[in-house]
Design a protein. Structure first.
Lengths: 308, 745, 335
């Protein structure tokens, strides 16, 4: 049952206790931020993701082509002044298509990550705080979802989602993306439950939901923020994989996954069809996960506290 | 797994071939020794040691110019509060500081400098010439190797020729030396199968494995209970005698060094501020810090007779130290010169071994400034401010019971026993009075108060608050009753939600009872003022306060609903010694002003003696003795109470060296053990002195609490308690108990 | 006490095994129920020209045991009965048994999985330990950024990138050094050795792809487990006994840092399976991943459930194996 309880649940509250060593007591968030500022990873991620987002928003402005336009005079052309990323066999502008696909992937990622984190926080906190049968049932359910690789379930469920709009995909991805973090939150909540300030609240007569809302969720919030950030990259990866195999975003919608699927067969002969969208995808996911990892290090006081 | 411990006498005899045989075997470091001479030789010399840690926001100098030395065979105590640099300086000697630390000055061991040596070079000395015992024995042993393997490892590292078998045999011998029963079998155990005391014994075995010339013990007993602490200090003394090593004992507890050390160095803010023999430092302290520390400590021998003298303020932050004496802001006799230049350690009366870092040392040593009146004694609460209390029972606990089933079996769970955490506990508290509930960890005192605070129907027995049986309450009545009983926890950092500002924290109990926001704010301001905090700080967060202030916030929260009873769960044990006195005084004042009743749970008997009117002593889920505090401390009638009191170190070297100490054998039995008759008999010194008929009663009859003198005692032989004193008296000296064997001088 | 020492260990593993076995069973049955609810096996026949009669379709579906007119519970019961009494997982829509289909494909998938996972675990652990010990030095940074980049690449992109690189290499050398389409070259002449070499060459890229992703994930986890250990008190104790830092880290540190890895291995295995399925598809291998995807696109409930069962059993084995390793590494669970 406790398969995942050993995951690195950052002890979120010892950082504050150690601060009196510095000149003036620093608040926790300022401490985290000052640690973040010292991490090159964080800046690489922030600048990277910021640039990607700006490009996704404004990138189409200087481009002459829309993503549905067909340039019948330049079919299958390599990158040129006219078509910056080249064109496909039927003359679609790859640059425009990449931006439109990126927009979709980014929206999905930015929504799924936080959504899954919210589910994880609520489910994990409830299981961990209430304990007993609630806990057992939830843990069993999570274990079950972990045994079935979620990719296979996505594919199985895809006939249903194909008929719905791509927005449904967001809920599908979020619905299967919360389990691991829920276990971590649960483990964290269980240790929080034994902490004196939770006991104190209970002995004052504060009711269960108020304790979860007022004391537990704020105290696991840093974990949830990290999870939401890391979840962005994970969601984009899942979406592109599904779309690549034809189970995710459906035509006429475009995402990075469908673009890559279209470019796959020509990957060796006309690499621009594949390389440009792939590079953008990897860069986006990498930036998001660098931010998430930097956050985790900054929040967890023991990380990097290598005494030797 | 502990049941064996309690019955077997640990290491009753030493094999005659034990330690001495290895002393004769030349260790690899032996060739470095100098020829013998008559005067004691300098073993370790620390010269102007400075240790700096780089941190973001500037470097922190944790040790700022420390000088001390240790002669061969000497016992030096280094005393200081947390953050005083005492541990850092000893890690510097071992060469175990993080590589980022900058170490300046010099450290000479047997005349050779240790600084600048390579890790490989130092590793030849570590464990062989110098060894160290760390504070927390659980994390200090590798969890995946057996104890025997870890001791044998220490042997083989410094004696490559030693066979595995020989090393294991030696490891078992060493375990026997440090008093672990069944050493052959226990050598096969893993660290998690050992109790805290046994792990620390194993650490000592590792430390003495190669007959080091110097043993550094870094807070070796801090994590342990007081009776186990007494055992470990005894083993440490014995290890010193066997190996002839010098010992540096680092501790925050003045009582621990008083009975053991030859010389003492007191550290404050990264420097030694006073040094001298034990007698000099304890009886004629000349640094105001030492004087204040000694005055602020509740002392078992004197507590309860006078108010504690608090040492106001807190130690300075080493990252931005103001010029001048770092103690000047807290010093009652500081003069302007103290704030401009830092006084060097200057000899008192020309004796280089007795020195003090104070500008006014001559005045203090010469008696111009009277030590006893250096610090103002706080005034008691004026009679006009005292609350009138009617003598009524506010809390009655009758035969309270809490048993936990202990299950085993991985596939099909089945019950293999019952943990009798609380097993028929009865006591009551009158309004305006304090009951001290004392006992070692695992005795059930925490479970007892948790059961009371739940306000739910107990498994068995009864809890009455203001005469109301809590098991009859409806949900709404229970909620209303929560106003009358509140709690203050041990660790103020853990009991305050770090995400909420102080005003929300303190007001939280009021939100439950539907009190308007305006009224809450008003009330919060009042209680903050009451506990001595500035109400304008109400919007700050807990981490912005010092440890003592945080505990005041915890007390304010407990008082905000105007309760009648406050449960105090070890309220000062997480605080530094110099801070404790202020909080204890505050609690006493509040009790008198507000007419509160306290249930004061603590393991520190001196603190309990200071504050309690009545005392109840718990052992294995039972109260073994209860009665008026004065009577119990002066004339304990239960053998456990007597042993417990005798194990508490007193910060008075003369007293500490002359008194007879009763050392209990073994560890606390597991609460699952079914002990017939009296559950203390497995460790009871009195039981062993009884004749067959007397022992028979202990073996077969469970002693009920019965009135003996002014209190209640659960012992068949309480009337014969004086036998214990006589028996202990026949074996004087610090090396008491079963282990005073052939290794004596 | 001593004699009973082995028992808790066996008890622990038995308990974990039973736990996994129940999970496997429930997962498989849920998959069956879900597939029955979502997939429409009749659709395949309705689209045929000429359209078979309803009776014919019903008969075919009944024969397969997937007729939606029969209640799911009943069909599931029949499926279980067949499995228990005859060891049969039913028939595919191509009139082969699911068991024979799995038998034909399992070897392909297992070869990739086992070799890939072992390489990933070894490389991941070594890189993780190295990164932790050299924290924030150049080699640690290089390993960190490298593994982040690999983790940011979807497995299908990684596979295709490897193929592009191999093509470039082949073009450069002017010969077909690395083949990557399919599991072996069809109609290859030559002896046993030539066939072995052919398969090994075909195995190269998929294995690299799977191992790279696994190693990247494991190295991140091992690094953080090792960092926890680096600052542990017992490392300091080992050094105080006279070990050098390096020797204390190897002898005391790595041994302890491997313990959480065994747990991580179990829970990451489902991800590895999904990654392997994608890799198979990209490299056109006829493995279990292809079977699963085909089963869904062709609405073949029996084949789908069979493939899920196969995966669940693999997770069961991986989970139990990691518990055995865990118990062997950590004496604390043996109590």
């Amino acid at each position: 049952m406790s398969l995942l309880d050993e995951l690195p649940g950052a002890d979120t509250d010892t950082a504050g206790a150690e601060t009196p060593q510095s000149a003036k007591p620093v608040s926790r968030s300022r401490l985290v931020f000052s640690r973040l500022r010292g991490m090159p990873r964080f800046w690489v991620g922030v600048v990277g993701l910021g640039a990607i987002a700006l490009w996704a928003i404004f990138g189409l402005v200087p481009n002459a082509w829309n993503y549905t336009d067909l340039d019948i005079y330049n079919m299958g052309s390599s990158p040129s002044r006219l078509h910056w990323f080249g064109t496909s066999d039927i003359g679609e502008d790859i640059y425009a298509q990449t931006i439109v696909g990126l927009r979709k992937s980014l929206i999905i990622g930015l929504l799924v990550g936080p959504l899954a984190a919210i589910v994880a926080g609520i489910v994990g906190a409830v299981a961990g705080y209430l304990g007993g049968w609630w806990d057992r049932v939830i843990v069993w359910f999570i274990d079950l979802l972990l045994v079935l690789p979620s990719l296979f379930l996505f594919i199985l469920l895809s006939p249903i989602f194909k008929s719905l709009s791509w927005v449904a995909l967001i809920f599908l991805l979020a619905g299967f993306g919360w389990m691991i973090m829920a276990r971590v939150i649960r483990a964290q909540t269980r240790s929080l439950r034994e902490r004196d300030f939770i006991k104190a609240a209970r002995f004052m007569g504060v009711d269960t939901w108020t304790i979860i809302r007022r004391h537990i969720l704020p105290n696991v919030s840093s974990l949830l923020i990290i999870d939401a950030t890391l979840g962005v990259g994970g969601a984009i990866l899942s979406e592109t994989t599904l779309s690549f195999f034809g189970f995710g975003i459906q035509a006429p919608d475009v995402s990075l996954g469908t673009l890559l699927a279209a470019g796959q067969s020509a990957a060796a002969t006309r690499p621009w069809l594949f390389i440009f969208p792939a590079a953008i995808l990897v860069f986006t996911v990498l930036s998001a996960s660098l931010i998430g990892d930097a956050l985790r290090d900054a929040v967890d006081p023991t990380s990097g506290a290598n005494r030797d | 797994m502990t049941e064996k411990l309690s019955t077997a006498a640990p290491g009753a005899t030493l094999p005659g071939t034990g330690m001495p045989s290895t002393t004769a075997a030349p260790g690899p470091g032996a060739e470095g020794r100098q020829p013998p001479s008559n005067s004691p030789r300098r073993l370790l010399e620390v010269k102007d040691l400075k240790v700096t840690f780089p941190q973001h926001g500037g470097a922190v100098t944790a040790v700022r110019g420390v000088n001390y030395h240790v002669d061969e065979g000497e016992f030096l105590g280094i005393v200081g509060e947390s953050g005083s640099g005492k541990s850092v300086s000893s890690l510097a000697v071992m060469g175990l500081l993080p590589s980022s630390a900058k170490v300046e000055g010099d450290i000479l061991f047997e005349g050779k400098s240790l600084l600048g040596r390579s890790d490989k070079d130092m590793s030849r000395l570590r464990g062989d010439g110098i060894s160290i015992i760390f504070q927390d024995p659980l994390s200090a042993l590798t969890p995946v190797y057996t104890i025997g393997t870890q001791i044998a490892e220490a042997l083989q590292l410094h004696n490559k020729g030693l066979s595995r078998l020989a090393a294991n045999t030696r490891a078992v011998e060493l375990l026997k030396v440090v008093g672990i029963p069944n050493p052959e079998r226990r050598a096969q155990s893993f660290p998690h199968e050992f109790s805290g005391g046994m792990r620390q014994r194993a650490m000592i075995a590792i430390a003495i494995a190669n007959n080091p010339r110097l043993i550094i013990a870094d807070e070796p007993t801090t994590a342990l209970d007081v009776t186990i602490q007494a055992q470990i200090l005894e083993v440490l003394q014995k290890a010193k005698e066997l190996t002839g090593a010098a010992v540096v004992l680092i501790t925050h507890d003045l009582g621990v060094v008083a009975g053991n050390a030859d010389r003492i160095a007191v550290m404050y803010a990264g420097r030694i501020v006073e040094t001298g023999t034990v007698e000099e430092v304890f009886h004629k302290p000349s640094m105001p810090y030492t004087i204040g520390l000694l005055r602020s400590m509740p002392n078992l021998a004197t507590a309860g007779h006078s108010r504690l003298v608090p040492l106001e303020g807190r130690p300075p932050l080493l990252s931005n130290l103001a010029p001048g004496c770092p103690f000047a802001p807290r010093c009652p006799v500081a003069i302007d010169a103290c704030r401009t230049s830092e006084p060097p350690l200057t000899a008192i009366a020309g004796d280089p071994l007795n020195a003090s870092a104070c500008l006014r040392v001559a005045e203090i040593a010469g008696g111009v400034l009277d030590r006893r009146h250096l610090y103002p004694v706080p005034e008691p609460v004026a009679a006009a401010e005292r609350a009138e209390v009617e003598p009524a029972k506010v809390l009655e606990v009758d035969r309270l019971q809490r048993h936990f089933p202990l299950t085993k079996g991985s596939v099909f769970k089945h019950s293999i026993g019952t943990v009798r955490a609380v097993d028929g506990v009865s006591f009551d508290i009158r309004s305006g009075q304090t009951l001290g509930l004392v006992g070692e960890s695992g005795c059930g005192k925490s479970t007892t108060i948790m059961e009371i605070l739940e306000l739910a129907r107990p498994q068995a027995g009864m809890v009455r608050i203001n005469g109301t049986d809590v098991s009859t309450l409806s949900g709404r009545e229970r909620k209303a009753l929560r106003r009358d009983i509140s709690v203050v926890f041990q660790d103020p950092m853990a009991s305050l939600d770090p995400r909420l500002p102080v005003q929300d924290l303190v007001a939280e109990p009021l939100t439950v009872h539907g009190i308007s926001a305006r009224e809450r704010l008003e009330k919060v301001r009042n209680v903050l003022d009451l506990v001595g905090l500035d109400p304008s700080m109400a919007s700050r967060y807990p981490h912005e306060f010092s440890g003592g202030q945080r505990q005041r916030i915890g007390i304010a929260r407990a008082l905000v609903t105007d309760p009648k009873i406050v449960v105090l769960d070890e309220p000062v044990s997480a605080l530094d010694v110099s801070i404790q006195a202020g909080v204890i005084n505050l609690l006493q004042d509040l009790q008198e002003k507000l007419g509160l009743s306290y249930l004061f749970v603590a393991h520190d008997l001196a603190v309990v003696r200071q504050i309690a009117d009545d005392v109840a002593v718990m052992y294995l889920g039972r109260i073994v003795e209860s009665g008026p505090a004065q009577d119990i401390f002066d004339n304990p009638r239960h053998p456990y109470t007597r042993a417990l009191l005798s194990a508490v170190p007193v910060p008075d070297p003369a007293l500490e060296r002359s008194r007879n100490r009763i050392i209990l054998e073994g560890d606390l039995p597991s609460p699952t053990d079914d002990i017939t008759g009296c559950n203390f008999r497995t460790r009871c010194p009195l039981f062993q002195l009884m004749d067959a008929a007397g022992q028979d009663r202990c073996l077969n009859q469970d002693p009920e609490p019965r009135p003996v003198g002014p209190g209640m005692v659960a012992c068949h032989h309480a009337e014969h308690i004086e036998l214990m004193g006589a028996a202990a008296g026949s074996r004087p000296g610090p090396a008491v108990g079963h282990q005073a064997g052939p290794e004596g001088p | 006490m001593r004699a009973a020492k082995a028992d808790p260990l066996i008890g622990f593993i038995t308990k974990r095994f039973i736990n996994y076995a129940i999970l496997t069973a429930i997962a498989t049955l849920s998959a069956y129920a879900l597939a029955s609810a979502i997939l429409n096996p009749a659709a395949r026949y309705l689209g045929r020209n000429p359209r078979p009669s309803d009776e014919t379709i019903n008969a075919i579906l009944d024969n397969l045991g997937v007729n939606p007119n029969t209640p799911v519970i009943e069909r599931m019961w029949n499926w279980i009965v067949n499995l228990v009494t005859q060891g049969s997982l039913g028939e595919t829509i191509h009139n082969t048994t699911v068991v024979s289909e799995i038998a034909a494909r399992a070897g392909t998938s297992l070869r990739l999985l086992i070799i890939g996972t072992i390489i990933a675990a070894i490389v991941g652990v070594v890189l993780g330990v190295w990164g932790a010990v050299r924290q924030y030095r150049f080699s640690d940074q290089a390993i960190s950024y490298g593994s982040f980049t690999i983790l940011a690449i979807p497995s299908f992109v990684l596979g295709i990138l490897l193929m592009i690189l191999a093509t470039m290499l082949n073009n450069l050398l002017g010969m077909q050094l690395i083949s990557f389409t399919g599991e072996y070259t069809a109609g290859l002449d030559g002896g046993w050795w030539a066939h072995f070499w052919d398969r090994a060459v075909h195995l190269l890229l998929p294995t690299i792809s799977l191992a790279l992703m696994g190693a990247a994930a494991y190295s991140r986890y091992q690094r953080s487990a090792m960092l926890d250990v680096l600052s542990a008190d017992y490392i300091r104790t080992a050094r105080s006994k006279g070990r050098t830092r390096g020797s204390a880290l190897v002898r005391h540190g790595v041994r302890v840092a491997l313990i959480p890895m065994s747990t991580y291995f179990a829970y990451s295995f489902a991800t590895v399976l999904a990654g392997a399925a994608v890799t198979e598809l990209v490299f056109s291998w006829h493995g279990m991943g292809e079977m699963l995807v085909n089963a869904i696109t062709q609405s073949d409930i029996n084949a789908f459930t069979g493939a899920i069962l196969f995966n669940a059993v693999l997770i069961l084995i991986a989970g139990t194996l990691s518990d055995v390793v865990y118990a062997a590494l950590d004496p604390r669970v043996r109590v």
